[in-house]
Design a protein around this ligand. Structure first.
Ligand code: NAG
Ligand code: NAG
Ligand code: NAG
Ligand code: NAG
Length: 278
């Protein structure tokens, strides 16, 4: 039995894959996420660490801090232009004169991770004026696992009172870096979900095909209606064959004689007697 008529096959498979894409794929193919981060040295294991941060991608995080004379706002965006500055991962905004200083670029990323934390390092920032031998600024963001508190950025320290390797240290909590738990879907449930998706695609696609292309009405709109009716009948026959204790021909021949004398109302009870107790 063919699922769809031959000449339309190409069209139908295109239609089916489109529906499949919309139904099952919408969650999978959305956004570039952490892919826009460029690792300073492309490395499989670092990329994997970065992938764990996917839920935080393209979100804005800010932190305010006031030192003796100035107050600043730090803006952090994971693999996105922080504060609208191209390629900037972390920027510092002086609240008084709105001057933006790039602390680190996300095209110079380093990612280190443990079981329940990730350290993200953005390098290549604007050079210090007088501190740190005028080297480039660097931002380090420590992201720790927290099941309930939602991500909030905090400034820990700005270490610039030394010759080199100065850095800005930030900290935040997120459930994104927590070790995976039982919430992960098992293989069985994934297969089940795919099964349901395919069934839905079959029903919806087939329904649309029958309705729009074939122009069917009523029950005929179900895909392969005749086929499924046949399947139903065969199943019923199979059940009948397996479950019925007495041969079907015998009672009907017997009933043939009875019907002439007995009333028809007795028939259902009589038939029930031959069924096995279930
Ligand atoms: C994804 O990346 C492509 C090219 O790398 C870019 O053109 C597109 O705008 C990006 N989309 C988003 C949502 O960032
Ligand atoms: C990636 O970096 C880790 C640690 O720095 C190292 O052990 C590993 O060999 C590197 N992998 C590749 C493919 O360079
Ligand atoms: C992040 O904040 C900047 C300005 O502070 C804004 O222009 C941008 O749209 C925000 N992005 C997101 C994803 O919220
Ligand atoms: C990162 O982007 C900035 C700003 O576009 C640029 O000045 C810098 O050279 C880039 N760095 C790398 C390693 O591509």
């Amino acid at each position: 039995m063919q699922l769809f008529s031959v000449p339309r096959r190409g069209y139908v498979s295109l239609q089916t894959s489109l529906v499949l894409l919309v139904l099952c794929g919408s969650g999978v193919f959305a956004g570039n996420g952490t892919k826009s981060c460029k690792l300073s040295i492309e490395n499989q294991s670092e990329r994997k660490v970065l992938d764990r941060l996917e839920p935080l991608a393209n979100k804005n995080f800010t932190a305010d801090i006031t030192d003796d004379k100035d107050s600043y706002t730090y803006v952090f965006q994971l693999c996105g232009d922080a504060g609208g500055v191209p390629k900037a991962g972390v920027i510092q905004v002086n609240k008084k004169d709105k001057k933006k200083t790039v602390i680190g670029f996300y095209n110079t990323t380093q990612a280190i991770g443990g079981s329940d934390w990730v350290m993200l390092i953005y390098g290549g920032g604007e050079k210090y004026d007088s501190h740190c031998n005028g080297e480039q600024r660097k931002a380090m963001i420590m992201i720790s696992c927290s099941k309930d508190v939602d991500s909030k950025l905090e400034v820990i320290l700005e270490d610039r009172e030394r010759g080199n390797n100065c850095f800005y240290l930030f900290e935040m909590d997120s459930s994104a870096v927590c070790p995976p738990v039982q919430s992960q879907l098992s293989a069985g449930s994934i297969i089940l979900i795919i099964g349901f998706c395919l069934l839905a695609v079959y029903l919806i696609g087939g329904f649309l095909y029958q309705r729009l292309i074939v122009g069917a009405k009523g029950m005929e709109q179900f895909p392969n209606y005749a086929f499924w009716v046949e399947v139903g009948n065969l199943t019923a026959d199979g059940c009948d064959f397996v479950c019925r204790s007495k041969n079907r021909e015998e009672p009907s021949a017997y009933r043939g004689r009875e019907v002439t004398t007995n009333t028809v109302e007795e028939e259902p009870e009589e038939r029930d007697d031959h069924l096995l107790p279930m």
